[in-house]
Design a protein around this ligand. Structure first.
Ligand code: PEP
Ligand code: MN
Length: 341
């Protein structure tokens, strides 16, 4: 970090600033030029509160970061890809990242045992390796179906027993962690990407893989900072998930820029999963986007599949039928050899 000092700031103020920086744990290096005085900060600049620093307007003219504010998720400090491992009963763990690609599939919401088990069997037969299903649902309307909650998690466990597929389900409240004992991957949804208390609790009380979804309005930096919360509090098993962001466009549910996949891979060592269902909101767009995401180098996909989309309690319009999911899996397999990574 480089701090440009105001021309009219006297020695006293500069000294005060240096002491403050030292107290933050960094070493300030002052260079006095003919036109400008700058202070270079050496050490762990993540300890510097940039808001407070920029408020010191009597001495600070401008601040230039030369390092990203995230450390644990930063590829600079961890050059190898993180490979997240998901335990599988009676078999080797499933790997995601570092060239290992997996497809997570299942309904948006758990509706009944019959529904989830039938979908789990179908997606497994088509090649999916993990089952998704929401038991606690974050809905825009308080009058909409909120999920089967504990009962929903029990149903997912039954489907896991029946098929052997590990399960992915969204956690919204850290007080529910105990209920998620049999869940293999904790999903933190778009609406909670910046719920820092949830991130800290999940990070410090669980070592289970976490699928962290980008929020509607989250920048790439904010997504990485949220992942940093999980790693900094003790859980290194994090997967980033791009599910599109909100723009002025209304033709699709969200807008997705797939550049995010190679970009995140450059900035971070964490696996990147793409959610073509929430990104588009349109079932017929899910296959082409899945194939494109595969080619651009995603480490996995999370796809919504329902056995009766018109009657789904949530997200029917974007849900594939088991048949169209099987077609999509063929398309993905066809393009996998051309994947960028
Ligand atoms: C979901 O996966 O069903 C979901 C609610 O996703 P998001 O948090 O991305 O909206
Ligand atoms: Mn959904």
């Amino acid at each position: 970090m480089i701090i440009v000092i105001r021309k009219d700031a006297g020695k006293d103020k500069l000294e005060k600033l240096q002491n403050w920086l030292k107290a933050c744990g960094v070493t300030p290096h002052v260079s006095v030029g003919e036109r400008q005085t700058i202070v270079g900060c050496i050490g762990d600049v993540s300890q510097i509160d940039e808001g407070r620093l920029s408020a010191m307007t009597d001495v600070v003219a401008s601040i230039k970061r030369i390092q990203e504010p995230y450390k644990a998720v930063n590829r600079q400090f961890h050059p190898q890809d993180t490979v997240v491992e998901i335990p599988v009963k009676d078999g080797p763990p499933l790997k995601i990242g570092g060239g290992n690609f997996q497809v997570i599939a299942g309904p948006c919401s758990v509706e009944s045992e019959e529904q989830v088990v039938a979908i789990a069997r179908a997606v497994k037969a088509a090649g999916a390796t993990l089952l998704r299903g929401g038991a606690f649902k974050p809905r825009t309307s308080p009058y909409a179906f909120q999920g089967l909650r504990e009962k929903g998690l029990e149903i997912l466990s039954i489907a896991k027993k029946e098929t052997g597929l590990p399960i992915v389900s969204e956690i919204m409240d850290p007080r529910d962690l105990e209920l998620f004992e049999d869940v293999d991957v904790l999903q933190i949804g778009a609406r909670n990407m910046q719920n820092y208390e949830l991130l800290k609790e999940v990070g410090s009380h669980s070592k289970k893989p976490v699928l962290l979804k980008r929020s509607f309005s989250g920048t790439i930096k904010e997504l990485l900072m949220s992942a940093e919360y999980l790693l900094a509090s003790g859980n290194p098993n994090v997967m980033l998930c791009e599910r599109g962001i909100r723009t002025y466009e209304t033709a699709t549910r969200n807008t997705i820029d797939l550049t995010v996949v190679p970009l995140l891979h450059r900035k971070s060592h964490l696996p990147v999963i793409v959610d073509p269902s929430h990104a588009t909101g349109v079932a017929s767009l899910v296959q082409p986007l899945s194939m494109a995401a595969t080619v651009i180098g995603a480490d996995g996909l999370i796809v919504e599949v329902h056995n009766d989309p018109p009657h789904a309690l949530c997200d029917g319009a974007q849900s594939l039928t088991p048949e169209s999911f099987a077609e999509t899996m063929k398309g993905i397999a066809n393009v996998r050899p051309f994947a960028c990574r």
